[in-house]
Design a protein around this ligand. Sequence first.
Ligand code: DER
Length: 226
Amino acid sequence: LTNAAIKELVGTQAAELVQSGMTIGIGTGTTMEWMIRALGKKVNSGLEIRAVSTSQASNELAAQFNIPLIELNDAAKIQLAIDGADEIDPQLQLIKGGGGALFQEKMVAAAAEEFVVIADDTKLVDQLGAYPLPVEVMIFNWKQVDKQLAKLIGKPQQLRLKKDGSPFMTDHGNYIIDISFGVIENPDALNQALHDIPGVIETGLFLGMAGKALIGYPDGQTEWIE
Ligand code: DER
């Protein structure tokens, strides 16, 4: 199977987890696009749900498929949140944020009773860190934050840029710094050290949050990692 077909496989399979009456969290990214598509078909066949989105992009896709959206603040309870990931380690610790939606993704995942990750097998790693860690920072003081990061990491970092060379801006009007650690020996300690820096809004380290992950493989097999 191509990578896109694997994403479609796990996205479609994950949509089957959604039961009528649920309020769900819908994540962001190309794997989630397949899940949203499949969920839209179920909604059109009568599935009654409400969804809390994690990005403007997912809002638009969900609206296209008539999936009823509500704001996070209006969700009394979120039974299940489903999202993709950029890296998944054996303890289901994640790096997320490749799509730039990590702040809202983490809020929705944290609010959910159960958080399920869906991914193709290329996301599986033994240790986090090969994928640059996204850190969301405020625009007005990001250089101050970068000075602190340089102390922590040993060198100044770069803002994530758009194709036209201007800084990428998140749905919440913030910037993102992507930090290439190579290997993150202690994700918990790093996450804490980053959150201790004034001005760091959120990191792409999702630790102890995912309950299980549905992984798809080129041979068409899927497996649950718990
Ligand atoms: O940005 C994100 O956190 C996305 O969920 C990302 O981690 C997965 O994106 P993909 O499904 O397009 O690979």
